[in-house]
Design a protein around this ligand. Sequence first.
Ligand code: ATP
Ligand code: MG
Length: 356
Amino acid sequence: MKHIKIALIPGDGIGPEVVAEGVNVLKAIEQLDSDISFTFTEFPWGCEYYLEHGNMMDDDGIDRLREFDAIYLGAVGYPGVPDHISLWDLLLRIRKAFDQYVNLRPVSLLDPSLTPLKSKSEKNIDMLVIRENSEGEYAGAGDWLFKGKPEEVVLQTGVFSRKGTERIIRYAYEEARRSNRTLTSISKGNALNYSMVFWDQVFEEVGKDYPDVTTYSYLVDAASLYFVTHPERFEVVVTSNLFGDIMTDLGAGITGGLGLATGANINPEKTYPSMFEPVHGSAPDIAGKGVANPIAAIWSVSQMLDFFGEEKWGKAVLDTIKSMIGETANLTPDLGGKASTSEVGNRFVEKLTEKD
Ligand code: ATP
Ligand code: MG
């Protein structure tokens, strides 16, 4: 019997709406499989909490989360609370405290109709972007000198440690080997003459241990072009924190939008909990209307199941998502449908149960 303890942080805006549907999927799986069970403990953290208490999460928040196997997050962010506060005070704090140094973002075209690219049927987009998630451009290092003076200078420093760079690149090589796919590194060694020269060097060095893995290395500007013109070239992709952030939004753009994009923040050693979340934010423009697409959040559930070795269920969830994409009428408005968030969630559970 496998038991998975999940901390829920539904967060702000559409976060609670989509997380509720993901939880329903997990509960359905618990019903269908007597060998798995979940417990859910909800935390009210986020921007509303911030406006009331002055912080995004309790001071002992990290200690309380430590005892869980996984964290399932909706979204944080709210008009009136500066984005850098909601980001640094909760999301990045959790990622750092639990050394979730791998960000796994599938960029996969579930149905040809979903891509805005031309020659849709030829485009087989199925990549896994592995983004460095603990340092790099988002290390928070820098300085603000001579504030407000004519000689004002602002520094934002990228931090690329040997340990941090090697472990993400090694993780990517392992994944490419395991899944028998090519590995592409995205960097910018011609212009970022310290950090990315080092990145490219480590990519080559670590590669010596993986002679069986076919590799490519692209500059981030060229890679952006190829994501649009030749996305089928990419299989496993490894890149830095900033580039990964940008490239995966581009990836979402060519595969159906934010309502379908998922991301897992992984601590591979399982020393600490890993965190699963849709890529999208709190989407204040549609919050409370019941029209948010829950599929990204449900896809995160699939990633969670894979991570805990329940690949059979991870795949069943993904297959069910694929089978729903064909039924446009039963999807939310962002995918051209008329269904509400909970209608999509209910239909999903129905299909998953039928399949089993
Ligand atoms: P944040 O600052 O929290 O990241 P944001 O405004 O930058 O928020 P998102 O909230 O990620 O960006 O979304 C941008 C837009 O995409 C939203 O305003 C919404 O219209 C659309 N969108 C995002 N997620 C979904 C979803 N799950 N279903 C439908 N539309 C969505
Ligand atoms: Mg955003």
